[in-house]
Design a protein around this ligand. Structure first.
Ligand SMILES: [Zn+2]
Ligand SMILES: [Zn+2]
Length: 284
């Protein structure tokens, strides 16, 4: 549903860990290769980044240049879905963003540039703020829960957000709220072709194992997000019980964070995760 012509259907599972051939590494940059326990890790793709089209600070081109400097083989531009009242990308910019990605793809041939979107999970029926017919405007759709996204039921969404904010602040989660958050995400996963579930467990408490089981079924990658870092090693171990694959994203809102991956490798290592389950990690 979401993949453009030419993007293989197993692209996200099997094509991301290719080394960064054709892109000259700049060895003076931090984080390009990270060594832990005798193995060298590098990131091959950063598929969750923001630009000025939502509330990032860099242009699409600035993100692409940063990704090339980091030695990445692929970069994805995924601004916030239009349902977010404060910083959702405006629908009239979709075509402009696609044209810019095409222009830059012709200009920078040593990196693959993809256009995605970080859709908002907006209500209990599993709908996103990207309609099924709009999926084809993007190479892929990623999705997560955010405060401030309105959907079919703005009042209900606002009440849910306030409850989650209060629970995150107090550190006390009710079972009822956790069930409701989990159900919303599960329905969204089952209803839509979501390639990456962004920052699970951040902003809203959920049953992570239940969500990981569904992600495995829907072939959705579970994100290890170095911007939010809300998961613990224990959380990762719980999700890893499901036959799910993981992806590291910077969720960069400025070009200088593109490709930031080290903290996620540390966390995965602490959790004892088989690094081969992280689809965009190259190991030497
Ligand atoms: Zn997000
Ligand atoms: Zn994001």
């Amino acid at each position: 549903m979401s993949a453009r012509v030419g993007l293989p259907s197993d692209y996200f599972e099997n094509y991301l860990s290719a080394p960064c051939a054709g892109n000259k590494r700049k060895d003076n940059m931090d984080n390009i290769e990270y060594m832990i326990q005798g193995k060298k890790y590098s990131l091959t793709a950063d598929l969750h980044t923001h630009t000025v089209f939502s509330h990032g600070t860099g242009t699409i081109e600035a993100n692409v240049i940063a990704a090339r400097n980091r030695g990445l083989a692929k970069i994805g531009i995924t601004d916030h879905g239009p349902g977010h009242v404060a910083y959702g990308v405006r629908r009239w910019n979709f075509a402009k963003m696609r044209a810019e990605v095409e222009r830059l793809s012709a200009l920078y041939t040593d990196i693959e540039i993809l256009l995605g979107i970080e859709a908002n999970i907006v209500n209990a029926s599993g709908y996103l703020d990207i309609a099924p017919l709009e999926f084809k405007k993007f190479d892929y759709v990623i999705a997560g829960y955010h405060y401030g996204a309105v959907g079919g039921n703005p009042v209900g969404n606002a009440v849910t957000a306030l409850k989650n904010i209060a629970q995150n602040k107090s550190g006390v989660t009710t079972r009822r709220q956790m069930r409701s958050n989990t159900r919303n995400i599960v329905r969204a996963l089952e209803r839509n072709d979501i390639k990456i579930l962004t920052h699970p467990g951040d902003k809203a408490p959920v049953d992570l194992l239940e969500i990981a089981v569904v992600c495995a079924k829907t072939e959705t990658l579970v994100e290890l997000n170095t911007h939010h870092m809300s998961l613990s090693a224990e959380d990762i171990r719980a999700m890893a019980l499901a036959p799910v694959k993981f992806i590291i994203s910077s969720d960069a809102h400025s070009p200088n964070r593109i490709g930031d991956f080290v903290s996620a490798v540390d966390l995965a290592y602490e959790a004892g995760l088989d690094m081969g389950r992280i689809v965009n990690l190259n190991v030497r």
